[in-house]
Design a protein around this ligand. Structure first.
Ligand code: AMP
Ligand code: MG
Length: 354
């Protein structure tokens, strides 16, 4: 059993270099460091050190067939990790990097098999967070960093969430406060024609569509039910995801209909003796009674909903809620990522409100 992680409180705007160096030394020695990015917290290890990456999988209880995203700080690192950066990929990078967009390429030979889970491709991202960029730079290596939570659980958007899941399992947590976006990066596969979105995230389908004429959404991204395993294109699609220790039900449809259905379900589960929580919105929370409901944010500000989603799932869990009834929101813009996370968190336990 590892001891408590070293906690390094850091200024997210102007990271203190001394603290970055302490964290980077741990990475260089093959250790595990959780750090903030603009999306969620990542759990980092030297991507070129297969022993370190193996311990990363172990710390998260992550299935070995699900490779992490490799975080870079400059274009030279990308050139070294991938076979070829196409003109199209360069255009996308120049527009969205650094930022919440992960690109999948054919991998080069320098990447250990452990890091790519034996795949012929690699997922790469340049994050837009001063702490993340400084840590990669100071470590002087690309950093493999899946989300810093136990596999299958909601991602961590604060150092407290990281600690709750990974205390005793990792070496350090760089605490830069809560993360800005709150859902993970968009995963865009550039190794196929046309490019395909494998996971919706911080960069919307609509804005990518402006840069890429030909762009597909993988069916998994928009599905409302479990799809057969043979359709899987990204290993992450195969596994349970984002789920708190509570049953989650998602109610989708028009807002008024959602409120009626949620009210009905709330009554039903309370009658059954369950401790119930409602994930509501600013526009609807008053209709349920605040003893049960928490607001994700305003329906007219989906960014705020993305930012609060994982925290509220964890808050309900801490309060011992057994059943979480979540209102669906619009799947436009970042709403597509929100609905993808909610549906997966529920294990596709979706109720249509009509
Ligand atoms: P996380 O580690 O939680 O940030 O998730 C990383 C996501 O990227 C998972 O959904 C992975 O399955 C996906 N991913 C990583 N490497 C690849 C790859 N080579 N091809 C397709 N998806 C990948
Ligand atoms: Mg994850």
């Amino acid at each position: 059993m590892m001891k408590k992680p070293l906690i390094l409180k850091i200024n997210p705007q102007e990271p203190e270099i001394k603290k970055i160096q302490i964290a980077a030394d741990i990475i260089k020695k093959g250790g595990l460091v959780a750090f903030p990015t603009e999306t969620v917290y990542g759990l980092g290890a030297d991507a070129l050190n297969s022993r370190a990456v193996l311990s990363l999988f172990e710390a998260k209880n992550r299935p070995l067939d699900n490779p992490p995203i490799i975080h870079v700080e400059n274009m030279k690192q990308v050139q070294e990790l991938v076979k070829k950066v196409t003109y199209e990929a360069k255009m996308v990078m120049s527009e969205f990097w650094p930022g919440p967009l992960t690109l999948v390429f054919k991998r080069s030979d320098i990447v250990p098999n452990t890091t790519t889970a034996g795949l012929s491709t690699i997922a790469v991202r340049m994050p837009q967070h001063k702490v993340a960029l400084a840590l990669i730079s100071e470590s002087n290596c690309p950093i493999a960093a899946p989300s810093a939570n136990l596999a299958g659980r909601p991602s961590a958007t604060s150092a407290e969430h990281v600690f709750a899941d990974l205390n005793g399992r990792i070496d350090a947590i760089v605490d830069g406060g809560t993360t800005q976006i709150g859902v993970e990066s968009t995963v865009l596969d550039m190794s196929v024609t046309p490019p395909q979105i494998l996971r919706p995230g911080g960069v919307s389908f609509e804005s990518l569509k402006n840069s890429l004429d030909d762009l597909e959404l993988h069916p998994f991204v928009v599905t409302r039910k479990k799809l057969p395993i043979d359709k899987v294109r990204s290993p992450g699609m195969r596994h349970k995801h984002y789920a708190p220790n509570a049953e989650v039900i998602v109610v989708e449809g028009e807002v008024q209909m959602i409120v009626c259905k949620v009210t009905e379900l709330l009554r039903h589960y309370r009658f059954m003796g369950k401790k119930v929580g409602v994930l509501a919105t600013d526009e609807t929370i008053g209709l349920y009674g605040t003893a049960y409901a928490k607001s994700l944010g305003s329906r007219s500000n989906l960014d705020s909903i993305a930012k609060n989603l994982f925290r509220l799932l964890r808050d309900f869990e801490i309060e011992g809620v057994e059943t979480i009834i979540a209102e669906g929101v619009s799947a436009k813009g970042i709403g597509l990522a929100i609905m993808n996370r909610l549906r997966k968190a529920s294990g596709y336990n979706i109720v249509k409100a009509e």
